[in-house]
Design a protein around this ligand. Sequence first.
Ligand SMILES: O=P(O)(O)OC[C@H]1O[C@](O)(CO)[C@@H](O)[C@@H]1O
Length: 246
Amino acid sequence: MAVTLKFGDKVTVADVRKLHDMEDVVFDREWFEKTDEMNRDMYYMFRDLARSDSDLEIIKSRHLRYDITRIPPGMLGSEYIKTVGHYHPQVPGTDVSYPEIYQVLEGSATYLLQKVEPGEEEIVLDVAVIKAEKGDLVLVPPGYGHVTINSSENTLEMANWVCGDFSSFYEPIKRLSGAAYFLLKDGFAKNPLYRNIPPIRYTAPLSSEEFGLDPGESMYELIHDADRLRFLTAPQEFMGFLAGVL
Ligand SMILES: O=P(O)(O)OC[C@H]1O[C@](O)(CO)[C@@H](O)[C@@H]1O
């Protein structure tokens, strides 16, 4: 049966990532080879949301996208459930890649952000981990790939604002069998396929006030103040701000 989300006056059917979609990025190969759950649902992505047609018009005219992702708790063998992970392309005509902003709506999340050497993606320049709770905001700056992990016992629901004009790319993370670290029951383990992996930098989520939001207020409301989201579509104009968020 289709999994749906009611948002405003619209019902959206989820795009579902299944276990077989995670094939390239699962740490626990022994478990993966033996499991008979290839069709198990991993997480649900409700894309291109808007509370109303007039909101959708604003969102489209700003070249934005608002999604909600639901990740139930679970294990991939010895590893906590996570997203596949991806990078964003560069804004055409610049050398700056598109950023993204997340907000935790329910549960808690561990965001792993990694910066690698362009063209030599196995060389890691920086890894930041941000633990976020309900209401927290996490900004993925230009140049960072990202994976979201649910290492809790509860369902994680999170929202993202991102530019709607590009497709993410998955090849480097899939080729390297995942991100630079895996989150296992015993803690983070380095991915041996990467080189020069630095220690994890633990950083804090952003405060809602920075975006003119009240504590705990949904960042969807930024649609009424959409200039504040311009850094997502024209990040090259906001490098000072974006360089300081991690
Ligand atoms: O594309 P992945 O790595 O499976 O991650 C899914 C997440 O990424 C997004 O596409 C936004 O970057 C969301 O829709 C979803 O939360």
